[in-house]
Design a protein around this ligand. Structure first.
Ligand code: ADE
Length: 263
């Protein structure tokens, strides 16, 4: 995980990649509906002895799958309203706390996204994001404009991409499910194929704490189509989550026993 950089700095980063098999994987998943099938698939159990601060709604499931220690963390239910705590604020706090407590070798931010049919996205497609940026942090002041967009690159995984035949696209993140004209302009400027509500926040924190991260995202709705986003999202959420979980399992099976540099 790194912002775009010249070749020299990239070389230094490559050298610091540990040459041992990946052992600890942390999934960051915003919604319970998205997380539950994976919790079952990996036979994880909810940890009551929390590594998180007292009183937060964050949930952690953990267990062993093949040679991997797997944790799935979710921001849980909003304390006031009881709905899943989606969005960048919860995602960044949870990512920070999870890295501090669990020291993962790799973060997998898995979830659902809106896709752009103009960029080839279809309902049920699963994407691995190459680049991640914000589309709703507009700061029209030199250099602050780039800070607002906050582009980061996902951990490079050429072998994973080839082996699993996953679609690759850029991911754009904002705190709204819908898309206003300002957001649309920024998403197009980000050259994004998919949009979500957490990815760039996870990417920012992972980069800050030098933790490799990948972004696995399944398309529930077509943003540039003719259906209202919320309607299409809710209609497809459960079915598309099954596709996401299948892809996540294949990713984990591929990761098992490999070094980061082999991904
Ligand atoms: N998650 C699923 N669909 C989405 C959309 N259209 N925008 C943001 N996040 C999403």
């Amino acid at each position: 995980m790194a912002p775009p950089q010249d070749g020299k700095e990239a070389e230094v980063k490559e050298e610091s990649v540990p040459q041992r098999p990946i052992s600890n994987v942390v999934f960051i998943i915003a919604m319970k509906t998205e997380a539950s099938p994976l919790v079952e698939k990996f036979q994880l159990t909810e940890e009551s002895n929390s590594v998180f601060p007292k009183g937060v709604p964050w949930v952690r499931y953990s267990g062993k799958y093949k040679d991997l220690n797997i944790n799935i963390v979710s921001p849980g239910k909003d304390i006031v309203l009881g709905v899943d705590s989606v969005g960048t604020v919860s995602a960044s706090l949870l990512t920070y706390a999870s890295i501090q407590a669990l020291q993962p070798d790799l973060i997998i931010n898995a979830g659902t996204v809106g896709g752009f049919k103009a960029k080839g996205a279809c309902i049920g497609d699963v994407y691995l994001a190459s680049d991640i940026a914000f589309h709703d942090r507009r700061i029209p002041v030199p250099v602050f404009d780039l800070y607002g967009v906050g582009t980061r690159q996902a951990c490079s995984t050429p072998n994973l991409v080839m082996e699993l035949n996953l679609k690759i696209g850029k991911l754009s993140t904002g705190d709204s499910l819908d898309m206003c004209p300002h957001d649309e302009t920024a998403i197009i400027a980000n050259d994004a194929t998919v949009k979500d509500m957490e990815g760039a926040a996870v990417a920012y924190v992972a980069d800050l704490l030098k933790t490799p991260a990948i972004f696995l995202k399944a398309v529930t709705d077509i943003v540039d189509g003719d259906r209202p986003t919320s309607e299409e999202f809710l209609e497809n959420l459960v079915a598309v989550t099954a596709a996401l979980d299948q892809a996540a399992t294949r990713v984990v099976d591929f990761i098992n026993g490999k070094n980061l540099s082999e991904l």
